[in-house]
Design a protein around this ligand. Structure first.
Ligand code: ZN
Length: 135
């Protein structure tokens, strides 16, 4: 973390200030916002990244917290509105990245003259559905 990424008002680290000085393509931890250069490791998931520091924090939280009831986690209706709003924001970012990556993959397959039937079979949808979604 660099000092010029600290808010002049609060003195706290500000991912938004850090974003301005990094070139396009820089990867950031989806949890703390730090750029790839400021952490030891950045692990990629589908549409998200997590740094070694956040993994360490998560491990501590997991060790300190009793296992929650999985049924409660899945029931979105029990969560507070700001939590659900935060979730759809994260889901949407992941969705857009996965969608774009899928389109890129299908475009490559089509360039290789892979048939719509084979692409549809890989996706578990009809040939028509695959064509309408990706052509
Ligand atoms: Zn992080």
């Amino acid at each position: 973390m660099s000092d010029n990424a600290k808010s002049p008002k609060t003195g706290h680290y500000s991912p938004a200030l850090d974003l301005r000085k990094h070139p396009p393509g820089t990867m950031f931890c989806s949890f703390c916002g730090k750029p790839q250069y400021d952490v030891k490791k950045l692990i990629a998931g589908p549409g998200v990244f997590i740094c070694n520091e956040c993994v360490a924090l998560c491990e501590k939280i997991m060790a300190d917290t009793p296992d929650p009831n999985p049924a409660e986690i899945k029931n979105l209706d029990t969560l507070e509105t700001p939590t659900v709003l935060g979730m759809i924001k994260g889901y949407n970012m992941a969705y857009i990245q996965v969608r774009d990556r899928m389109q890129e993959a299908v475009d490559i397959l089509r360039k290789r003259e892979v048939s719509w039937a084979d692409i549809a079979a890989a996706l578990g949808v009809s040939r028509q559905a695959a064509w309408e979604r990706f052509s």
